[in-house]
Every structure is written in C-alpha cells, then in structure tokens.
Write a protein that binds this ligand. Structure first.
Ligand code: 5AD
Ligand code: SF4
Length: 350
C-alpha cells in the first residue's frame, strides 16, 4: 500500500491509525526496512559516562536543578573496561553518552578516552558520542581523535514547544547550529524527538518526522516521553497521552520514519522499552536496525535516571548482552556481530 507522506496532515493521520490499519502501516515499514537495510540489527554498547549536566531541561531527571541526584562521572578505567567488553562481545560500536559539560578538562578527557578506545580496539569499535551542544572546535577535536558519529536530539521541531520545554537560555537555534556543525565536521549525524510530550499535538509529531527528513540525518534515536517526578513537567502528567496511547503513537512514528527515510539507521531505544516489555522488540520489527545494550558499570546505572520506569537498571553487562540477543531474535532479526553497521544513508550522501 502507498501512504501519503507529503505533508503534516496526512502523516498525522497515519500516526493516529490503530488496530488493523496500524498493523498494515507497521508491516509496510517492516518491508521497507528489509528491502533497504536488511534484517540485521547492529549493536552499540551504551556507556552512560556522566550525569553531570549544565542544562536544566524541564523533562529530564538529571537536569542541573534536580538536587536529589548523586552526580558521578566514570573513571577512565571503567570506560575502557566497558569498551573492552563491547569489543570482545562483538558489538561493533559503543555510544559514549552523558550530560553536557563544555569545560576544557571535560573536552580533553573525552578526547583522550576516544584515543584510548581507538587504540585498544585497534580502530575496530565505531565510536558514537552523545554529549550535547559543543562548539565546532570541540566537535572537530573529538572527530580527529576518532569519533565517527554524534547523536543530538532536536527533541521537537516546534520552536514554540521547544521554548516551553526548556529554560530561556536553552536555544532551539543553537541546537540546529550544532547539528549543522556536526555535519560539516564529517560526522554521521543522528537526531531525534520525544513523542507524547505535554502540549504536543499529533500534527507536531508529524512535522517533527518531516523535519528529520529535511535535516537529512543519517541516524535517528527517538522515543516516547516518560514523566519523572523530580522535574517541572511532572505537574503536567495528566495532560499527556496514556502510556498505551504513547506506545501506539511511538510505534506508528517509527513506521512513518522508516517509510520517509528508508536507508537511515534507526535505534530501538530504552524509553519504548520502559512503556512496554515488548517495546524494544516491536520497534525492531517495525523499523529499527540498531539497539544499544547498556554497559554502564552497575553502581552508576541507577544514577542515570532520565525518567520513571527506566529499564536495565539491575542488569549486568553479560545480562544485557543476553537480553538484547533475545530481543533481536524475538523480533525475527539477526544480531550484526563484529560489524560497525554504519549508516547506509551516510555512505550514499558522501
Ligand atoms: N522521557 C523520555 N526521554 C527523555 N530524555 C530526557 N528526558 C526524558 C524523558 N523524561 C531523552 C531526551 C534526551 C535524551 C538524552 O534523553 O530526548 O535527548
Ligand atoms: Fe542535560 Fe540532556 Fe537531560 Fe537536558 S536532556 S538536562 S541536556 S542530560
């Protein structure tokens, strides 16, 4: 079946499909996925490097203003151990993710970590960074040290909604400038959104998906918004779609995104798993071809608490590997061990 993806209204209509019609949409996306990126799912070992953040986003549990968070930053040995686990397990890549810091000590530490991981894996591990907004010089240094990809979510493509979700000194334009700088620097660029936010209408989510296509990103990591009690948006928890509704919306969004951008890498993210035990498996079946087993050292996991019901807090690295393999196979896919699984879209645009 051919779907009308030409504008926000028809796309919003697709997001609202339920029941049999939703199943058809998702199975069309599944076919498109198989045709363009195949049935392999690539693994990125997730290392939640630090929960120190200079930002104060109204939705996020580790925002600067949350005084109840025990702040940590992993030591070099802990990061290298997690990277070595990933390398040995055949995960082609790692993601170094953390709150935003821009001071020179931080920038240098990341630079040195990247070099050390490149060296210890003989350049075999693909390194993805997700460390927020930085100046172009920092992006350049990290790229030169060996990073391949960078994830920076736009969160919403509506400048107005962005302003309601962030304090005044957090700028939508600055984020766009960062995405542009990352592209100029030669990174595989990933972005993404949250689905089911307070004040967000379905047509906005449709615009977001079209916006990601216009941005021509190589990868997308997106997921449902999940409330957190120690954040300002908690007060609006009754004004968001139900968990079930956010789940359905999210899976339709995954489907539409795959139809819009057939050759990008799309992640099956932790947040969808937090809404339903089948979440990550369903996202893989419908559209995703990347998954991120959590390799954060045990003690730090519960401190990287972005939203309620976050999963994988209690697993070891080994459990994480086994669980992910099960999820991939249950989705009818195959784990892409010992391969970086770079974005085909990136290769095509180069
Ligand atoms: N629910 C879902 N995702 C969240 N993130 C932050 N807070 C939440 C939340 N409450 C996501 C944002 C951010 C990424 C690191 O985590 O999209 O970019
Ligand atoms: Fe910091 Fe990212 Fe959380 Fe915003 S969403 S407070 S930038 S970790």
């Amino acid at each position: 079946m051919d779907y009308d993806l030409t504008g926000p209204e028809p796309v919003a209509g697709l997001l609202l499909l339920r029941g049999e019609e939703a199943r058809e949409l998702r199975s069309a996306a599944h076919e498109t996925k198989l045709r363009h990126v195949g049935g392999k799912v690539y693994l990125r070992g997730l290392i939640e490097y630090s929960n120190q953040c200079r930002k104060n986003c109204y939705y996020c549990g580790i925002r600067r203003g949350n005084a109840k968070v025990n702040r940590y930053q992993l030591g070099r040995e802990e990061v290298l151990q997690a990277a070595a686990f990933a390398h040995k397990a055949g995960f082609g890549s790692i993601v170094l993710q953390g709150g935003e810091r821009q001071d020179e000590a931080f920038v240098r530490e990341i630079e040195e970590l990247i070099s050390a991981i490149m060296e210890s894996s003989r350049g075999e591990l693909g390194i993805t960074l997700s460390l927020g907004e930085q100046n172009p010089g920092t992006y350049a240094r990290w790229k030169k040290a060996g990073a391949l990809r960078y994830l920076l979510r736009i969160e919403t493509s509506s400048e107005e909604l962005y302003a309601r979700l962030h304090p005044r000194d957090h700028s939508f334009q600055a984020r766009l400038d960062c995405l542009r700088a990352l592209r100029d620097e030669g990174y595989q660029v990933g972005s993404g959104i949250m689905i089911g936010l307070p004040f967000q209408m379905p047509v906005q989510i449709a615009r977001d998906l079209l916006f990601l296509k216009d941005l021509d990103v190589d990868m997308v990591g997106m997921g449902p918004y999940v409330e957190h009690a120690q954040t300002p948006l908690w007060d609006f928890r009754h004004e968001i779609p139900s968990r079930q509704e956010r789940y359905e919306l999210s899976l339709n969004a995954w489907a539409v995104l795959r139809l819009l951008m057939p050759d990008i890498n799309i992640a099956s993210t932790t947040a969808i798993g937090s809404l339903s035990p089948q979440g990550r498996e369903e996202a893989l079946r419908v559209a995703a071809n990347v998954i991120m087993p959590n390799l954060t050292p045990y003690a730090a996991r519960k401190e990287y608490f972005l939203y309620e019901h976050k999963i994988c807090i209690e697993e070891s690295q080994e459990d994480s590997r086994e669980n992910i393999e099960k999820i991939i196979r249950a989705a009818g896919c195959e784990p892409g061990y010992f391969a970086q699984g770079n974005s085909l879209h990136f290769a095509a645009r180069k």
